[in-house]
Write a protein that binds this ligand. Structure first.
Ligand SMILES: Nc1ncnc2c1ncn2[C@@H]1O[C@H](COP(=O)(O)OP(=O)(O)OP(=O)(O)O)[C@@H](O)[C@H]1O
Ligand SMILES: [Mg+2]
Length: 226
């Protein structure tokens, strides 16, 4: 019996057009199947389309052509409210812009995300305790994000992406761009544990330290290697 893919892209194309610029094919006929427990590492030059591919995978943008299936459902054609509900519940994502609110504290950022997913009754971050410790963020909980270093911000975004027992897919865009070796090892260990439990990972990265996680796929001008 073959195991069904958790996430499947079927000839997905994304054309982008932005005012002054000529139309561009950022992702070009990409087909990709990620099985439970697998990690696909997307590598490629700056501008190759990695971040666009990840935004498609999490349903933040819709393909111009082709289909994306997640957990057996044609996800890319669902309405935005459904895509965002699926994303919040079953996906942990960290995109390149991090999506943290600079004027809020680390605690407030994490609570805001938590309320979107689970509506906790009390203002508590119990589920985050171990992750915050693992990434040395506990002493920084009350610090405003705008006062944090690049690596500290990145670790907050990683913790927010990794928390949650229902998450089946982690989508991470250059998660280690600002991380030192210690925190990179922490991330690799946590992702490996999640994969052993059947979670899947798709990570865009230039970082050779992440090659242990799984297959590398090369994206060049929107096209994925075979
Ligand atoms: N809204 C947009 N309108 C027009 N072009 C865009 C838009 N967003 C991205 N692009 C272009 O699409 C291409 C792919 O961008 P993308 O961000 O996916 O690349 P990337 O592989 O993630 O690059 P990097 O390694 O620098 O993060 C780039 O040429 C970029 O300039
Ligand atoms: Mg990018």
């Amino acid at each position: 019996m073959t195991v069904p893919a958790l996430l499947e892209l079927d000839r997905v194309t994304k054309r982008l057009r932005d005012g002054a610029r000529a139309e561009l094919v950022a992702v070009d006929q990409v087909s990709l199947a990620i099985l439970p427990g697998e990690c696909h590492r997307i590598v490629g030059a700056s501008g190759a389309g990695k971040s666009t591919l990840l935004s498609l995978a999490v349903g933040l943008v819709q393909p111009t052509e082709g289909e994306i299936t997640f957990r057996g459902e044609v996800f890319s054609r669902a309405r935005e409210s459904h895509r965002s509900e699926v994303r919040r519940r079953f996906m942990g994502s960290m995109l390149q812009q991090l999506g943290l609110i600079a004027s809020m504290s680390v605690r407030e950022n994490l609570l805001a995300a938590e309320r979107m997913v689970r509506a906790p009754r009390r203002d508590e971050l119990a589920a985050y305790t171990e992750l915050l410790q693992a990434f040395d963020l506990t002493p920084l909980l009350e610090a405003r994000v705008q006062t944090l270093s690049g690596g500290e911000r990145q670790r907050v975004a990683i913790v927010r992406a990794l928390v949650g027992s229902e998450r089946a897919l982690f989508v991470l865009d250059e998660p280690t761009a600002h991380l030192d070796d210690k925190h990179t090892e922490t991330l690799i260990a946590l992702l490996s544990e999640s994969m052993a439990r059947g979670c899947s990972v798709i990570v865009a990265t230039h970082d050779g330290r992440l090659s242990r996680l799984g297959t590398s796929r090369v994206l060049a001008q929107g096209r994925l290697d075979k």
